[in-house]
Design a protein around this ligand. Structure first.
Ligand code: PGA
Length: 250
């Protein structure tokens, strides 16, 4: 059975609460026309969650966060728990983004703990994996992606894995304007789908310089179920056009 397409915006560290409200005002009408055909998610900074939650109330667009901690509460200064996210109707949360791995010391082990805590809280984790340019050039793409997937998902049942989303984001393609070739991305993602005894229900997103021009070629690939979109999601009209183009092909 074909998996339902999913398009997730990753705003990263962009937009104040006021800017976030303006975005939703321009976005939700166009997005609403597309939610019968795809899940659409806005992964916003923590400080924007409340504003976007309220602004999205009349809409079927879902709210997402960009990170969390795994403990439910306590002395963890600066951290946010999955339960706190759930209380704001957060439905999805990115974990293990390469920027968090590279800049903030995220490891495969911490990604696994966060993924488990999110599932426990009823939030869908979007687990990011992907190789660096050096790993790519050394022919280590599948090995690295496999290590990340086994570490993050190995502990779960098939049923739990089916509720997860994995974003394949080659690190060298993120924010560079140079996306992976769609066929090459699909080959890697096809290999990912065979991992852990088969991930046929798990939605696999491509991320890394996806834009309105390449979305349809990306989404035409058999193992690509949508996108995790950074720069091209920051303008509401661009993001809607990207989703429209992606859905033409999926
Ligand atoms: P990009 O970012 O679309 O700007 O490359 C994607 C991501 O980091 O999730």
């Amino acid at each position: 059975m074909k998996r339902r397409p999913l398009f997730a915006a990753n705003w990263k560290m962009n937009k104040t609460a006021a800017e976030a409200r303006d975005y939703v005002t321009s976005f939700w009408g166009g997005a609403e026309a597309l939610v019968t055909r795809a899940d659409i998610v806005l992964c916003v900074p923590f400080v924007d969650l409340e504003a976007v939650h309220v602004a999205l109330e009349p809409s079927s667009v879902k709210l997402g966060a960009q990170d969390c901690y795994w403990e439910p509460k306590g002395a963890y200064t600066g951290e946010i728990s999955p339960g706190m996210l759930a209380s704001l109707a957060v439905a999805y949360c990115i974990v293990g983004h390469s920027e968090r791995r590279r800049l903030f010391g995220e490891t495969d082990a911490t990604v696994a703990r966060k993924t488990a805590a999110l599932l426990e809280a009823g939030i869908t984790p979007i687990v990011c994996v992907g190789e660096t340019l050096e790993e790519r050039q050394a022919g280590l793409t599948r090995q690295r992606v496999s290590e990340q997937i086994v570490a993050a998902l190995g502990q779960f049942s098939d049923e739990q894995r089916g509720r997860l989303v994995i974003a394949y984001e080659p690190v060298w393609a993120i924010g560079t304007g140079v996306a992976d070739d769609p066929c090459s991305a699909n080959e890697t993602m096809h290999a990912m789908r065979q991992m852990l005894g088969g991930l046929s229900d798990t939605r696999l997103l491509y991320g890394g310089s996806m834009n309105a021009d390449n979305a349809s070629m990306c989404c035409a690939q058999a193992d690509i179920d949508g996108g995790l979109v950074g720069s091209a999601s920051l303008d509401p009209r661009n993001f809607i056009q990207l989703i429209i183009n992606g859905l033409k092909a999926s």
